[in-house]
Design a protein around this ligand. Structure first.
Ligand code: G1P
Length: 309
């Protein structure tokens, strides 16, 4: 049975439902978990198989129909801007050498989508980083994608959330099950099943959210995966959000207010995420994505099989 609140969220979506055109990518973190690699290189630019981590996330945005990406950066992150900008000297050099494919590859990165940048001047938390993008987002719904979670695949998690938003006018966040002893690493959702066609059992109404609870305090083992589609009302909620876990302004705490005031869906998305936010997760992402890579997959698999472990 769907509760009256969940039914209300479907019957009375805030009108009109606007297209989700923009995405915010927080990229201001110092990457301390990756030192010394990140001393002079932003963690978003660390290479996974054949491209920097942040390019996977930008490609997920493009595949989800996003037209304008806002990257929230900080000091020392200018290589991110260079990566998504035109590189005329490099393109010319490649063309003169007859390397047409490489030149096209380089150009495609800058032609993919419009990108804007803004800076978070102090590391005050993920919620604060999203709030910094307020003026660039304006009065429209938007996606948020965390750069250290990679979700490759033909059916992007962000697109799945956009579909939920577009059908209901209510924000949606991607969730997945995690082992009970890992809840302290994530935002955890207290959700009530609210099955609706075409989303079925994957849709839950968010009753509450807790950022990084100890297992004994976790309301479930459904973790926030790092993909969100939110209405612009989240900015007002974040402005009212007090520092929480780690003494930071948490996006999870802002969404608690949003869930209470406007409703919020948790969506058990279809797909597989790689947490490239720490060294082991990063290695796993590298190995698994290399195995899936069209050019390298087969020979890499043969190499791994031949390893005497
Ligand atoms: C952030 C969010 C958390 C979410 C996680 C997903 O935490 O605050 O709610 O579950 O990303 O990776 P972080 O990993 O940045 O500490």
């Amino acid at each position: 049975m769907t509760s009256p609140q969940a039914a209300e969220m479907l019957v009375h979506p805030p009108t009109p439902i606007r297209k989700v055109r923009k995405a915010v990518l927080p990229a201001a973190g110092l990457g301390t978990r990756f030192l010394p690699a990140t001393k002079a290189v932003p963690k978003e630019m660390l290479n996974v198989v054949d491209k920097p981590q942040i390019q996977y996330v930008v490609e997920e945005c493009v595949a989800s129909g996003i037209e304008h990406i806002i990257i929230v950066t900080g000091r020392g992150k200018s290589s991110i801007e260079d990566h998504f900008d035109r590189a005329p000297a490099l393109e010319r050099f490649l063309e003169e050498k007859g390397k047409k494919e490489e030149a096209a590859l380089v150009r495609r990165i800058s032609d993919m989508v419009q990108v804007s940048y803004t800076r978070q001047k102090e590391p005050l938390g993920l919620g604060h980083a999203v709030l910094v993008a307020k003026d660039l987002v304006g009065d429209e719904p938007f996606a948020v994608l965390l750069g250290d979670v990679l979700i490759p695949g033909a059916h992007p998690a962000t697109k799945q959330l956009i579909d939920v938003y577009q059908a209901t006018g209510v924000g949606a966040i991607a969730v997945e099950e995690v082992p009970k002893d890992k809840t302290h690493l994530y935002g955890i959702v207290d959700g009530e099943p609210a099955p609706q066609p075409p989303f079925g059992q994957r849709l839950l109404r968010v009753r509450d959210l807790v950022e990084k609870p100890k297992p004994e305090n976790a309301p479930s083992n459904l973790a926030i995966t790092g993909r969100y589609v939110l209405p612009p009302a989240i900015f007002d909620c974040l402005e009212r959000t007090q520092p929480g876990a780690g003494n930071e302004i948490q996006l999870t705490d802002g969404m608690r207010i949003l869930a209470l005031e406007q409703g919020l869906w948790a969506y058990i998305y279809e797909g597989l995420s790689y947490d490239a936010g720490d060294k082991l997760g990063f290695l796993k992402a590298t190995v698994e994505l290399a195995l899936q890579n069209q050019d390298l997959g087969e020979s890499f698999r043969a190499y791994l099989k031949a390893l005497k472990l």
